[in-house]
Design a protein around this ligand. Structure first.
Ligand code: EPZ
Length: 423
């Protein structure tokens, strides 16, 4: 198992190019199943999760060609030759359940393993399933598999009991070929959903309300395969801004979408950092006043994103004063706290509330990643810690950060990736 060895203290300087968004690419790959022909996706990040999703669509009969140097993914779909996604794939990546929408829409059936638990929370998919029932599907659970059937999805009206990115994506993909009008309420407004919607519209779908909490879809008989560019990854973008902040450096993220990280940019400005933005770039540098702590509550978009909560907490451990985080999206998303404490961070948690008292410096330690974004938080902390930190189980960060070592080296970080470390 590979490890990172990071020696802290360098003030990061320079530019970080942002890759395509993991959480937009995953539904786009699945949505290609909705049309016969060859879909071409560009700016697709070469990530573990993307390679897993490619396996999922291959398992359903698609042929794929991923040019990882050019970040171009071609997906050729004829008839869907299989409607089952095995446990081994779903347990690797829960976003595999996105295939339910296209399978029900095109094949009238979907046998998908019910995702198991996850480090950050129970993450049920009841909203996905209730939504498909509202669109005329029958849902049964047999031996750990969801057996969904629908002669043809009919339009329907469905209010999501909780804002859910995945359920909004899944139901949207089912609705575009359903018979009649579908009204989805309390939808996720995340840019990833807007990107998916724009892709579906380019394929010939009729969708109103993308980016709002009410999406209205008029089902169409057929969609066409198209070419589409994946939007920039807002979470990767925020992570590199936070890397600049925690090392008190001057970092510019390029090929980004500043509008997608407004909550983070505002928070960093309030903490005292100097932020500048352009059409596709954001720069951060030390400000002309003392830094202070911050108060964040994670919320659905456009609120502060839960996926930047852990990396932000790392910054807070070194920001003077008291900071508070309230995590409202997932019930167990403080898995990074114990590891940060081992580096000298002063963090107290009570349920989904974390109180952080900023320290002058963190100290290096041997630590391990527990999930993707907690892993990013540990990398940031190591960049600011005194000494050399060894980080284990870094396969977690391979899921969502393309060329992490290369990009950090490009900013002047002292990071080495070594094979054969301990688990
Ligand atoms: C997506 O997960 C993202 N993953 C997550 O990013 C992100 O943290 C999350 O949205 C919130 O923004 C992808 O896009 C692949 P949800 P998703 O459905 O769709 C509950 C990362 O690090 N819920 O919006 O699974 C759920 O338990 C990952 O890139 C139900 O109760 O999140 C959670 O508490 C981590 N029933 C809340 O809603 C359901 O049927 C929000 O979950 C569905 C969700």
């Amino acid at each position: 198992m590979d490890i990172y060895k990071i020696t802290g203290g360098a003030t990061l300087q320079g530019e970080a190019p942002i890759s395509g968004a993991k959480n937009a690419a995953l539904p786009l790959i699945v949505a290609s199943l909705l049309a016969e022909g060859e879909t071409v996706l560009t700016n697709v990040p070469n990530l573990q999760d993307v390679r897993t999703m490619i396996k999922v669509v291959q398992c359903l009969g698609a042929q794929t060609d991923f040019d990882t140097d050019a970040n171009v993914l071609k997906i050729r779909v004829a008839a869907l030759t299989n409607a089952e996604v095995p446990y081994d794939l779903v347990k690797t990546m829960r976003a595999s359940v996105y295939v339910m929408g296209p399978l029900l829409a095109r094949a009238g059936e979907a046998d998908v393993s019910l995702p198991g638990g996850c480090a950050i929370g129970e993450r049920p998919i009841d909203i996905h399933l209730s939504g498909f029932e509202a669109m005329g599907a029958t849902i049964e659970l047999e031996h750990g598999y969801i057996k969904a059937r629908a002669e043809r999805l009919s339009g329907g009206r469905f209010v999501m009991r909780n804002v859910s990115v995945g359920a909004t994506a899944n139901l949207l993909m089912g609705a575009v070929l359903a018979d009649g009008e579908t009204v989805l309420e309390n939808c996720a407004k995340e840019p990833d959903i807007v990107d998916l919607g724009r892709f579906l519209v380019k394929m010939g779908a009729t969708i109103e309300g993308l980016g709002t909490d009410r999406i209205i879809v008029q089902g169409v008989p057929k969609l066409s395969a198209v070419t589409y560019r994946v939007m920039p990854d807002r979470i990767e973008a925020g992570t590199y801004l936070l890397a600049g902040a925690i090392t008190r450096g001057s970092v510019k993220i390029v090929r980004a979408e500043p509008d997608h990280i407004g909550a983070l940019i505002q928070m960093l400005g309030e903490m005292g950092f100097a932020i500048e933005t352009g059409s596709d770039w954001v720069s951060i540098a030390p400000g002309d006043r003392a830094l202070s702590g911050a108060f964040i509550r994670t919320l659905p978009y456009p609120g502060f994103p839960t996926d930047l909560q852990a990396p932000m907490m790392s910054l807070m451990t070194t920001a003077p004063g008291i900071s508070v985080i309230i995590e409202t999206i997932f019930e167990n998303r403080f898995t990074h706290v114990g590891e940060l404490r081992r580096m000298g961070a002063d963090i107290t948690t009570e349920g989904n509330v974390a109180i952080i008292k900023g320290q002058e410096r963190l100290s290096s330690a041997t630590i391990m990643m527990s999930d993707l974004r907690a892993g990013a938080a540990l990398v940031l902390a190591a960049l600011a810690a005194q000494g050399t930190t060894e980080i284990r189980r870094i396969y977690h960060s391979d899921r969502g950060y393309e060329k992490l070592t290369e990009k950090l080296l490009g900013l002047g970080a002292d990071i080495k990736r070594e094979a054969g470390g301990k688990l």
